[in-house]
Write a protein that binds this ligand. Structure first.
Ligand SMILES: Nc1ncnc2c1ncn2[C@@H]1O[C@H](COP(=O)(O)OP(=O)(O)OP(=O)(O)O)[C@@H](O)[C@H]1O
Length: 584
């Protein structure tokens, strides 16, 4: 289906007699590329950039300087253009990806404005607002691409390649990880995603795409000046992407087509209506964007998509990913917690807790509400940095390591409130677990060289869904699951990750009695296979019937440790639970 995008290459033939529309077609292709750079950044990674036109400008000015001032070939200009855009994206990304909330878009605005001013003021280098003229045309296979007709084949061909590459990206471990980052960076990190590094890579890819569009723009007009690389232009690209539907590739393409046509139409219409010349189309743009976002908050594409036949991706049939290295002997300490401490202001949430977790056992961590159980989980998994104490995983100290590094060493967790991605399918949610078990990086993924590994990742995720009994819902969106099913999906994601040590935070909350029995039998069989489980739950029947040992916390301290029978008899435990619930 996706290869139908190649039909776009017929458009120059259809528009051959109309040079004006051929020009518009080229502008559409270039705008669509920049808008697609925002698909990567905003649609997938959830970041907003107002600096795409500046990145495009880097591509344009680099080639203009090399070809006009130095007299080199445009193909060298292409290399220089992509490199310059990459370097700017690296600078922008390195300084901004850690910024949260509105600070990221605001800082991109600042960079965009600064670079625009620079391009206008460095007259000796850039020609100022007059710009650089007489760029050479691109030659391809001995043909000079010096007409809109010829050029359109190049721009559309590259656009289609980009579209296909981005489809590959979306359907890959990286696409899933980016979407996960957008929704919930903590959950993504708990499966081995390094949030800052991945965001930076998304920034770089988006910068290179915008740089390519800039290079093509420069050799199409054969002239560059700062105007097309202004903040206003950046806003235009963002409007295109958002109005079309920044969350999908067809949406962004639709937005680019719609606004390229609209801009042209408004440029003719508004002076007629208003009786004077001026950049009034920007006002028209704003009004139309507002209207679209009121009527279709997710952009135009979801409205169109509703009427298209839905595609059945089918269930994965490949071999699952290979098992990780063989597990060690049962009973060996896999997780050591020594004197962990954490306080929030004056409140001691965890006060010097120590225990060992041995391979193949199920250890329950219980305690009244607010006892510090979740905080302890967060300290072990690297979500919080302890004030004191140490954590050892497989004998290696992991105290203070970030969650993605801790996961890579073989520890996985579920959350007290399920951290799932409602817009992804159940299968994709489970497949996120395989992130750290798969390798394909951006280049392989964009070129589509990851498909075998991807099939195996999906097969692994499907196998994990089968283990928790969710396989019949694999292709449903996760938002359709009940709370109990969401908890099972979190466990499936954990199983798909291949983690050996499983930290489960209240996995039985919201489950019905039968589901709880099934969960208990699943956890028992996992423990028999050599998985190690640390479980927090308030369901005493479940815990007492399931756990090999129990650690009891109260007011941040460990007050008891032993077999279920021992802790039930412990007077301190009984006192802690008095008035809450009976430890029976
Ligand atoms: N980020 C935070 N900032 C301030 N206080 C916090 C923070 N996280 C937890 N606390 C406090 O630390 C104490 C321990 O909380 P924690 O969530 O670890 O307990 P819990 O045993 O998991 O409770 P529950 O069973 O209700 O989930 C509580 O008093 C809680 O209010």
């Amino acid at each position: 289906m996706r290869y139908l995008w190649f039909l776009l290459l017929l458009l120059p033939l259809a528009l051959f007699p109309f040079p004006y529309y051929l020009t518009l077609l080229n502008f559409f292709a270039l705008s669509a590329m920049v808008a697609l750079s925002l698909y990567v950044l905003t649609g997938l990674a959830g970041m907003t950039s107002f600096a795409q036109a500046a990145l495009m400008g880097m591509g344009a000015y680099a080639t203009a300087l090399l070809t006009v001032k130095v007299g080199l070939s445009p193909w060298l200009g292409l290399g220089a253009g992509l490199l310059s855009a990459l370097l700017l994206a690296l600078l922008l990304g390195a300084l901004t990806v850690r910024l949260k909330g509105h600070f990221l878009p605001l800082s991109t605005i600042a960079w965009q404005v600064a670079l625009y001013i620079l391009a206008g003021n460095l007259v000796g280098l850039t020609g100022g607002h007059t710009g650089l003229t007489d760029l050479p045309p691109i030659h391809l296979f001995g043909i000079s691409l010096d007409t809109g007709f010829r050029y359109a084949f190049l721009t559309l061909f590259l656009l289609v390649l980009l579209v296909l590459a981005l489809y590959n990206l979306r359907q890959s471990r990286i696409g899933r990880a980016l979407l996960a980052l957008r929704g919930d960076a903590l959950a993504a990190a708990s499966f081995g995603v390094d949030p800052a590094a991945l965001r930076l890579k998304a920034f770089l890819l988006s910068g290179v795409i915008a740089g390519l569009a800039g290079f093509l723009y420069a050799h199409f007009l054969r002239f560059v000046n700062p105007t097309p690389f202004s903040l206003e232009a950046s806003i235009k690209y963002l409007v295109m992407a958002v109005a079309g539907g920044v969350g999908s590739i067809p949406g962004v393409m639709l937005g680019a087509a719609f606004f390229t046509g609209l801009e042209d139409w408004l440029k003719d219409l508004l002076p007629l209506l208003l009786g004077r010349q001026g950049n009034y189309e920007t006002i028209g743009y704003g009004l139309i964007l507002a209207l679209i976002l009121i009527l279709a908050p997710k952009g135009l594409w979801p409205m169109v998509e509703r009427y298209l036949p839905s595609r059945d991706p089918g269930l994965p049939k490949a071999e699952p990913l290979p098992l990780k290295s063989p597990k060690g002997p049962r009973g060996e300490v896999v997780l050591g917690v020594q004197g962990l401490q954490k306080s929030f202001g004056g409140l001691m949430a965890v006060a010097g807790v120590s225990f060992d977790l041995r391979r193949g056992e199920i250890l329950a961590l219980i305690g009244p509400n607010g006892a510090g159980k979740t905080t302890l989980f967060n300290l072990i998994t690297g979500t919080l940095v302890p004030d004191g104490g140490k954590v050892f995983l497989f004998g290696r100290e992991v105290t203070g390591l970030p969650p993605h590094r801790v996961h890579l060493l073989g520890l996985g967790r579920t959350f007290q409130h399920p951290h799932l991605f409602p817009e992804l399918t159940v299968l994709e949610n489970a497949a996120l677990g395989t992130f750290a078990r798969t390798r394909a990086g951006f280049p392989q993924v964009l070129l589509g060289l990851h498909r075998r590994e991807e099939e195996r990742a999906l097969a692994t995720a499907y196998g994990a869904l089968r283990r928790v009994g969710l396989e019949s819902l694999a292709l449903e969106r996760a938002e359709r699951l009940s709370v109990g099913q969401q908890r099972l999906l979190e466990i499936a994601r954990l199983l798909a990750s291949g983690a050996e040590v499983l930290l489960l935070d209240e996995p039985a909350a919201g489950l019905r009695a039968q589901e709880k029995r099934e969960l208990a039998s699943l956890l028992r069989s996992l423990a028999r296979e050599g998985y190690t489980v640390l479980i927090v739950d308030h369901d005493m029947d479940l815990i007492m019937g399931l756990a090999d040992r129990v650690v009891v916390m109260n007011y941040g301290e460990k007050i008891a440790e032993g077999t279920p029978k021992e802790v039930q008899r412990n007077p301190l435990v009984r006192a802690a639970y008095l008035g809450e619930e009976e430890v029976a």
